[in-house]
Design a binder for this molecule. Sequence first.
Ligand code: SAM
Length: 442
Amino acid sequence: MTSSENKKHNRTLSARETAVRTFMAVTLKKRPFDVALDDMASKANLDARDRAFVLNLLMLSLRRYGSLKALLGSLLSSSLPKNATWTEAALITGLTQILLMRTADHAAVNETVTLIKNLPGKEKGFSGLVNAILRRAVREQEKLLTKLNRTPEKDLPKWLFDSWSKAYGKKTAVGIAEALRDTPPLDISLKPEEDKQAWAETLEAEILPTGSLRRTISDVTALEGYGAGVWWVQDMAAAIPAKLLGDISGKHVLDLCAAPGGKTMQVAAAGARVTSVDRSKNRLKRLDANLSRTGLKAEVHAADASTFTPGTPVDHILLDAPCSATGTLRRNPDVIWTKAPEDVAKLAALQSRILDHAFEMLPVGGTMVYCVCSIEDSEGKGQIAQFLERTKQAERTAITKDELGGLDELITPDGDLLCFPSIMADKGGMDGFYAARIRKLK
Ligand SMILES: C[S@@+](CC[C@H](N)C(=O)[O-])C[C@H]1O[C@@H](n2cnc3c(N)ncnc32)[C@H](O)[C@@H]1O
């Protein structure tokens, strides 16, 4: 069904159809997840419960797409034609409901079958096949679930799994793939002047060794303190790099690639004067909203970080460079299906341009923290190795375990930060992150 056919029939989309359409937009058209979902959701008049259902269904379907596709392949006697895109998307989301969400089986089967039956083109002919496969999934639920969970690496594109195996060894790569299947917790950064223990109790959260609060995921806007701007959402790994600047009270910190502002808020809350730069005007709107909610201040510029020069000298620099974001796949599972190895190479080239320009603005004795929410070697360790090689005035300052609440497994032999989702996996894990701290010598 095209959007004009939808308009002609003047009908709203059901929750399941919204999910199927969004799934196709992300996996086939490579549209960003948020944009695709907003677009589809605007055509559907979903209430809050249905919206939450669609979001959960899509997150699980995208997170497990690789292994669901392999399982589907094993259930079909011959592969689906390439243009049977609705059928594949309906089957993947149908299997997700039956095996991973345990939604009422009849709804998952009947609504998915009806969706295919009502298609205008030839694909309606697959409704019988969809019915047979989903009914089999209901009958053989436990057996199929065991099969689905057997090979975590199937949930990643081969190029990505190979890249991690090469950089960290196969065992670690499998561990990361396994951890990426889990729904992540909600991590919170609290303003430093607030009483951590009291807020942990109020928010039913635990205090992590690095100082972040952690609780189960829920609608943040309904939680106490969010509206009042006492805290913001930030994965525990993402909250570490800004802390590596040390005591920045009264200093001028340049936050490059700053939107939507998680690190800007940390730096401002630590008492620094902040200049925040990001190229995306749209993402800067979110940074502005975050600053106004929390009552924190920054001088904000929409500019290219590879050429931007601040009006007044800075003391320290935080560079959260644009990256492939492979460390955040558990929160953004669509990213895996919209990126290719060439993107990583292009981003690595952009990172080195921004790094070189940023370092020129750093005063002698100043500190720059470079970080990426990626675990690709070329964007992290490899990037910094090349930078140090070509920049004689730059010296790495090793990170110590005391700065990380004793979590020395997050420190590389070189003294950089390297987080994997598989670390502390039994307690909710963390996003993948890399950071290096660099000082400018005379
Ligand atoms: C990892 S995100 C930053 C997250 C942010 N630091 C935080 O803590 O909330 C990377 C950002 O880089 C921005 N970006 C990409 N290329 C850029 C460039 N050439 N100059 C400035 N910003 C850029 C993107 O718009 C994106 O907001």
